[in-house]
Design a protein. Structure first.
Length: 501
């Protein structure tokens, strides 16, 4: 039922009905014009054929020169003879103003006492093409073609008009005979054939024109059903193709937006799961130790209490660090943190950070070293943000390097206007599968989790966001069993560089 209603309200059906109505209307107008023109043609032929009829009869009407009157007997005899020859004509004598003076028709059939003389004068002037219609005193509602001439007195002045109506009954019969003629039937058949051909061609064109619209509506319904990959394929090069191209562009944007929304939703779920996991462990530890202290307060030694409290402090610091890192990452992703660049020595900053990590590296039996040239130029960046990047990279390298390994920080001029920073470790390396996700939030593979000695999986994500704010990109090269190298570049300061002594 819905399909039927849809088809009934379809644009193709509406166009088809409109086209059929227009075609039938044009055909009706054509038939009317053919019929009317045939009648006009017969009227023209009749009037031309009898153009001089009134003048011929007028030659037999002699106006008395003494009285300026036409003898009645002569006039009646002439009228009678004319009607015997052609019973369809009626003769009238009409005065200057159109008054009907006398006539050949039976008195009871004559209705008009006056007729309009303008058509008579037009006929006599020959200023208008035929046919010219005048009043019929016997049928005022039906104008008739006529023949007319002026009857003049002996002095040349107008006496009256001889007005002869050519009976419409004869014209109607001739028109009927024309409508029954062969040529008329040929015209009607030709019209029928032309109508059918035009109808078929028109409906075919309507189908071809609306075919692309049907494709568009089907594609829109697919998108409505959730298929955002649906696209319109239009072969034409008209306005419909432009509309299709605009729709496809919009659909591509919607598809991209929906894909991004799905990815964001997946990341949100992953984020919630990871946060829950990383919060659950320290919270459970804090809760357990606090309950133990409360339950066994009088049975515990001071050393045990101190050990428990230190464990609680360690877990709360871990929670605080996680919250701080989450807050910083959210600010970086929302572009709420804007770098405040300044000129500084990246070598001195790296040395200071390395000194801070020396005790941790020594405790883990890892060699931490730095390498740079004395002519290393100053850089232009946000010193506090770059400090956070170096801290995260060195801390990450120390976490995933086994005892006896090495962590090496190398600085050198990469290009004329860039300084490259590399942090290399001799850890287990990163597999190709994990390499694509190493900068994702909370991402740590099972292999990494087993060998990691801490960390929340946010350090590299924060470092990469900070490097991106400086117009660079944090990248990694790694081989399993050999180690990894994280590196990025910073712009050289345009200020005057110090000259090494």
């Amino acid at each position: 039922m819905m399909n039927f209603l849809r088809r009934r309200n379809s644009l193709q059906l509406k166009f088809s009905v409109l086209f059929v109505v227009l075609l039938l209307s044009v055909s009706a107008v054509y038939l009317y014009m053919v019929t009317d023109s045939s009648e006009m043609y017969l009227a023209e032929v009749t009037q031309k054929r009898n153009l001089d009829l009134a003048a011929s009869i007028a030659q037999e009407l002699k106006i008395d020169s003494a009285t300026n009157v036409i003898p009645t007997q002569t006039m009646q005899e002439l009228f009678h003879q004319a009607m015997i020859i052609n019973p369809y004509i009626k003769l009238y004598l009409v005065g200057h103003s159109g008054e009907v003076l006398t006539y050949s028709a039976p008195p009871e059939t004559v209705i008009l006492d006056y007729i309009n003389v303008v058509p008579l004068r037009t006929f006599l002037d020959g200023s208008q093409p035929l046919p010219i219609f005048g009043d019929d005193p016997r049928a005022p509602q039906r104008p008739a073609v006529f023949s007319a001439t002026a009857l003049n007195n002996s002095d040349g002045s107008l006496h009256c008009y001889l007005y002869i109506t050519l009976n419409n009954d004869s014209a109607s019969e001739e028109a009927a005979s024309v409508r029954k003629s062969y040529i008329f039937h040929v015209l009607i058949r030709a019209l029928g054939v032309a109508l059918i051909v035009a109808l078929l061609i028109g409906l075919l064109f309507i189908f071809l024109l609306t075919r692309d619209l049907k494709k568009m509506s089907e594609t829109v319904r697919k998108m409505e059903a959730g298929d955002y990959t649906a696209r319109i394929e239009v072969d034409s090069s008209d306005e419909l193709s432009e509309l299709a191209a605009a729709f496809n562009t919009m659909a591509a944007k919607i598809d991209t937006a929906m894909t991004q929304l799905k990815q964001n939703d997946e990341l949100r779920r992953e984020l919630v799961a990871n946060i829950s996991h990383d919060l659950r462990t320290p919270l459970a530890s804090v809760e357990g130790y606090v309950e133990t202290i409360l339950m066994k307060e009088h049975l515990m030694t001071e050393a045990e209490k101190k050990n428990y409290l230190e464990t609680i402090l360690k877990n709360t610091k871990s929670l605080g660090r996680l919250v701080s890192e989450l807050f910083q990452l959210s600010q970086l992703e929302a572009r709420q943190t804007e770098p405040k660049p300044e000129t500084f020595s990246i070598a001195e900053l790296t040395q200071d950070i390395a000194l801070k990590f020396k005790p941790k590296a020594k405790e883990a039996d890892i060699t931490l070293s730095c390498e740079f040239t004395e002519q290393l130029p100053l850089v232009y960046a946000d010193i506090s943000l770059i400090e956070r990047v170096l801290q995260n990279l060195i801390d990450n390298a120390l976490q995933y390097t086994m005892p006896g390994g090495k962590v090496h920080v190398k600085l050198f001029q990469y290009e004329q206007d860039r300084v490259k920073v590399e942090v290399t470790d001799t850890g287990a390396g990163i597999s190709t599968e994990d390499l694509h996700h190493v900068f994702d939030r909370f991402y740590r593979s099972t292999h990494v989790r087993r060998k990691a000695k801490g960390g929340l999986g946010l350090g590299l994500a924060i470092a990469r966001k900070i490097v991106e704010l400086h117009g660079s990109l944090l990248q990694v090269n790694s081989k399993v069993g050999i180690g990894s190298t994280f590196w990025f570049t910073l712009p050289v300061s345009k200020e005057v560089q110090p000259v090494s002594s």
